[in-house]
Design a protein around this ligand. Structure first.
Ligand SMILES: NC(=O)c1ccc[n+]([C@@H]2O[C@H](COP(=O)([O-])OP(=O)(O)OC[C@H]3O[C@@H](n4cnc5c(N)ncnc54)[C@H](O)[C@@H]3O)[C@@H](O)[C@H]2O)c1
Length: 88
């Protein structure tokens, strides 16, 4: 039997995070993505990647800084149990 998890990916619209989210979704997992959309790289590129990810019904996004623990808790509380956390 296949196991599906609820997974938090931080930096989810960065270079690595974006690909990780896509892989996880293809494997059937539910992904909660956070990113502060910083301007270290092109913000428009990040926004277009976000638009693509949002087409997946199993992807949920909030613009949150990783240092804002309460905001992350609040986002995840509404979504249920957290099985695994990845940081990119
Ligand atoms: N790309 C590579 O080849 C490579 C290789 C080795 C290690 N790494 C490391 O992996 C990590 C990710 O690399 P990347 O290439 O995907 O970088 P990236 O800059 O493309 O992605 C990082 C993402 O994290 C977000 N972010 C930054 N600070 C944040 C914060 N405080 N809260 C929430 N989101 C935040 C950014 O907006 C961005 O979308 C980095 O730490 C990098 O040093 C990357």
């Amino acid at each position: 039997m296949k196991s599906h998890y609820k997974i938090l990916v931080t930096g989810c619209i960065g270079f690595i995070g974006f690909h990780v989210v896509n892989k996880l979704i293809k494997k059937g997992h539910i992904v909660y993505g956070i990113d502060n959309i910083d301007n270290y790289y092109d913000v428009n590129l990040k926004k277009s990647k976000l638009k693509l990810l949002k087409k997946n019904k199993n992807f949920f996004f909030r613009k949150i800084d990783i240092s804002k623990k309460k905001q992350i808790d609040h986002f995840l509380q509404k979504k249920g149990v957290l099985q695994q956390a990845l940081r990119f």
